[in-house]
Design a protein around this ligand. Structure first.
Ligand SMILES: Cc1cc2nc3c(=O)[nH]c(=O)nc-3n(C[C@H](O)[C@H](O)[C@H](O)COP(=O)(O)OP(=O)(O)OC[C@H]3O[C@@H](n4cnc5c(N)ncnc54)[C@H](O)[C@@H]3O)c2cc1C
Length: 382
């Protein structure tokens, strides 16, 4: 029995356990493997904002989360002595046609207006040539480039290692290795695959792609999936590139220089796949494109190829909140491509929802509400 059970120790569940420890909540974190071994065990770690125009509450929330993460990570690093590779290095994006350049120029003003908080301001600038030679290299087809200073990156395994180390010396959080088969809300028990059970006061479901199938029987009509896995592949190359270099983002291709002479290249986005964790020629195509774009990667050896499953909800947004009609169960998932940017803040909200003592935080964007998920799922099956 635990006052709080957290199912799944990926980036979402680990941050939830971190905040639970700080709030002094008796917590059991259950993961079928070692925490952090799921999709959060990846290589990229891009922390990028939405476009600065057409501003709304979702963009504002994510912007504030991105800014706040910097300090949150510094605290975590100081608490654990583990470096996460966090850098607010910015982002560079080539533009290939007049329409893209025109739109990008309009966004300069939008960023000046929306990417500001207190004294801090972040720029979105259209420039003729990349700020640093070779990152990316000269491309005759590129008319201009966006250089923005809000984006940051982190080495995913660094964050996961730091959070796990923090929890190893926690006083209120225990970690249990077990596979969860289901949640029995009436009996207030988590059913484990080995037939055993664990009692709970409250439960946070942060099981990545499996959060959808664990929550579905509690709450959504049969046959209505709440989300699906989207496979992604990435690679790590060995090259002596400065981690202060901006993320290079070009039409789905990410190149991110991490500490220690490692450069991450990603990512595919696959709705259909046979083997979730195999890598194939789709990744080789991306690696080849990265070698063309960044001269320093031309002969860089590949030191790891990796694939994982992103949790994508029926819409692209995270799913976070209490579930109507299902007492004491909180969803924390659906982070899809942006979990690392917002997990710390979303998890703080999840803990505020399950705790009587934690002060309520600012409202979450309505679109994150699990009820909206259900409405969308309903609409899709009609
Ligand atoms: C190639 C690729 C590149 C990406 N790049 C980025 C990026 O640059 N920036 C970014 O923010 N995001 C990125 N993502 C997405 C990001 O990795 C995910 O959104 C994030 O890791 C999801 O975290 P999670 O905690 O929800 O799930 P996970 O990390 O998958 O954690 C879920 C945990 O639950 C456990 N679990 C599942 N089912 C059960 C069960 N029944 N019982 C017990 N335990 C269970 C699993 O073992 C796992 O540890 C990328 C993903 C991929 C694949």
């Amino acid at each position: 029995m635990a006052d709080l059970v957290i199912i799944g120790g990926g980036i979402m569940g680990l941050w939830a356990a971190y905040h639970a420890e700080k709030a002094g909540i008796d917590t059991l974190l259950i993961d079928r493997a070692a925490p952090g071994g799921g999709t959060s065990n990846g290589l990229l770690g891009a922390l990028m904002a939405y476009m600065p125009d057409q501003w709304d509450e979702k963009k504002q929330f994510q912007f504030e989360a991105l800014v706040a993460l910097e300090q949150q990570i510094r605290v975590l690093e100081a608490e654990t002595g583990i470096a996460t590779g966090y850098r607010r290095a910015g982002r560079i994006m080539p533009l290939y046609n007049d329409r893209q350049v025109k739109t990008a120029r309009l966004r300069e003003d939008a960023a000046a207006q929306n990417w500001r908080i207190g004294e801090r301001r972040f720029d979105w600038t259209v420039i003729e040539t990349p700020p640093l030679p070779g990152w990316p290299g000269k491309d005759e087809n590129a008319l201009a480039y966006v250089h923005e200073t809000l984006a940051a990156h982190v080495f995913p395994r660094g964050v996961v290692a730091a959070l796990t180390a923090f929890l190893r010396s926690a006083r209120h959080v225990r970690i249990m290795q077990a596979s969860v088969a289901g949640i029995d809300v009436m009996a207030r028990r988590i059913r484990l695959s080995d037939g055993q059970g664990v009692g709970f006061g409250k439960v946070i479901v942060s099981a990545g792609v499996e959060a959808f199938s664990l929550l579905q029987p509690l709450w959504a009509p049969e046959g209505q999936p709440l989300g699906r896995p989207v496979k992604g592949q990435a690679a790590l190359l060995q090259a002596d590139c400065d981690p202060a270099l901006p993320i290079m983002f070009d039409n789905g291709l990410y190149v991110i220089a991490h500490e220690g002479g490692r450069v991450a290249v990603g990512s595919t986005s696959e709705d259909e796949f046979d083997d979730a964790f195999a890598t194939d020629d789709r990744l080789e195509t991306l690696i080849a494109a990265a070698r063309v774009a960044i001269p320093a990667l031309q002969d860089a050896p590949v030191i790891e190829r990796w694939a994982g499953l992103r949790p994508r909800g029926v819409h692209r947004e995270p799913m976070i909140g209490a579930i109507e009609g299902v007492p004491d169960v909180v969803a924390l998932g659906g982070g899809f491509k942006t979990s690392f940017a917002i997990a710390g803040r979303l998890a703080a909200h999840a803990i505020a929802l399950v705790s009587d003592n934690t002060p309520a935080l600012q409202e979450l964007p309505a679109i994150y509400n699990p009820g909206i998920y259900l409405q969308r799922a309903n609409r899709k099956t009609k």
